[in-house]
Design a binder for this molecule. Structure first.
Ligand SMILES: Cc1ncc(COP(=O)(O)O)c(C=O)c1O
Length: 417
């Protein structure tokens, strides 16, 4: 028999094994200053492209004021306890009504944390007789939710409707045997590559197959659709989404999340989502702060307009310079380059230290070997000046990458820091 920690200390895990070389720079970087288009990294000002503050609300004076006033009135603890026991208030219910209205659903229920919330939503919606069919590129929170499922599950190739139908057929066969139902899960927007989930195509299959659709619209909420109700509204199928989920962590620049749908379904979830029934409710400053943010999203369409102006100028500017930005049809802007991991690290180091551009970097195994994905999140807080400087910087580093400069640098990752 082994000591349990023997493996942990030796192995460190797939990301943890890079900690010595990467921590503090490539992972766990410390961005300082107020959340905005320009923050400090390693003591220098950088243009930040890795914060999901889509509508620029994080540092809006009205938002800060609302948060501060609520904290001064209630402290951070109120209400104490889970919603079901002692953590319930009229203000929580008001936010639920407003969230439901905003996404055009009958009822909403607040979740004290998006990640656990969606896990519990999945967990509560299915029993072992039910079958889950979900997109292969799903967010970790969805995958973890599916892990809780005791019945069958099938993945379909990302946004591939042929693969979707094939797996739906498999699911149907099993569900017929077990007398269960089928839950299909997609994201409204896939956060790495920026493609919308093919919700319109997925719901068209409802004519032929009997399933319910859960959509995680973390990146679509507030950014897509005429009123900001998300990817479903953008694609004209919001009413066909049976269970809608969004987090407050992105467009709302806050904390918490909600799930929305028909009243009967949400009432069921309210009494069956374990992560909500047995955990502390969302603190009042978060709830009052969310009400303020939602009001601003509803009444200040200029925020979304400014966001999209920046998105369009960034994406068209990159395309004009010949960059491969994949198939994004959302704000998420991926830039695909070719190179190995040490080159990617040298390139990002150059971007941060010499061009003052801070963006996230994604490499194998998240994307195929030999590819580098630089992920940019434009927001309403950015300026066209930020966009211009970034495109100039990207052109410069691409040229160096193609000339093999980053390969030649052959520095150890430790030296790069
Ligand atoms: C698609 C998706 N779902 C769920 C979550 C989890 O939300 P939260 O950060 O509120 O826990 C995230 C990340 O924020 C996400 O991107």
């Amino acid at each position: 028999m082994k000591d349990l920690f023997e493996r942990i200390i030796r192995d460190k895990g797939p990301l943890g094994k890079w900690a010595k070389q990467a921590e503090g720079y490539y992972v766990f970087p410390k961005l300082e200053g107020k959340i905005s288009d320009r923050m400090k990294f390693n003591g220098k000002e950088v243009i930040t492209w890795s914060i999901n503050d889509y509508l620029g609300l994080a540092n809006h004076p009205e938002v800060i004021k609302a948060d501060a006033e609520a904290a001064a009135e209630h402290g951070m603890a109120y209400p104490m306890g889970a919603r079901m026991m002692s953590g319930h208030t009229e203000v929580h219910e008001q936010l639920e009504r407003e969230c439901a209205d905003f996404v055009k659903k009958e009822t909403a229920y607040l979740l004290n944390f998006g990640y656990q919330g969606i896990m519990s939503t999945i967990d509560a919606l299915v029993t072992k007789n039910d079958v889950i069919v979900y997109d292969m590129d799903a967010h970790a929170s969805i995958i973890d939710g599916v892990r809780l499922h005791h019945g069958k599950r099938f993945t379909f190739r990302h946004n591939d409707m042929e693969s979707f139908e094939k797996n739906l057929k498999r699911a149907e066969r099993i569900a017929n045997e077990t007398n269960g139902g089928i839950l299909v899960i997609s994201e409204g927007v896939f956060g790495m590559r920026g493609e919308q989930g093919k919700l319109k195509e997925i719901v068209a299959f409802k004519e032929k197959y009997n399933f319910r659709l859960l959509v995680d619209d973390a990146h679509g909420f507030g950014t897509l659709g005429k009123t900001g109700a998300g990817a479903g509204e953008e694609q004209g199928v919001q009413d066909q989404i049976d269970v809608y989920f969004a987090t407050f962590a992105k467009s709302m620049a806050g904390f918490g999340a909600f799930v929305a749908g028909d009243d009967e379904v949400i009432q069921y979830l309210k009494y069956n989502m374990r992560s909500q029934m047995f955990a502390k409710s969302l603190p009042m400053p978060m709830v009052k702060g969310a009400l303020k943010r939602l009001e601003m999203i509803r009444t200040m369409p200029e925020l979304k307009k400014k966001l999209w102006k920046n998105v369009n100028s960034l994406q068209s500017g990159l395309k004009e310079k010949g960059f491969n930005i994949g198939h994004t049809n959302t704000c998420v802007t991926p830039v695909f380059l070719e190179g190995d991991i040490p080159e990617a690290m040298a390139l990002v180091h150059d971007l941060r230290e010499h061009h003052r551009i801070f963006c996230s970097i994604v490499v194998y195994p998240v994307i195929p070997k030999g590819m580098i994905l630089l992920r940019l999140i434009p927001t309403a807080a950015h300026s066209l000046q930020d966009v211009e400087e970034t495109i100039v910087a990207f052109s410069a580093v691409r040229e160096k990458l193609e000339k093999g400069v980053y390969k030649e640098m052959a520095m150890s990752l430790e030296d790069l820091k």
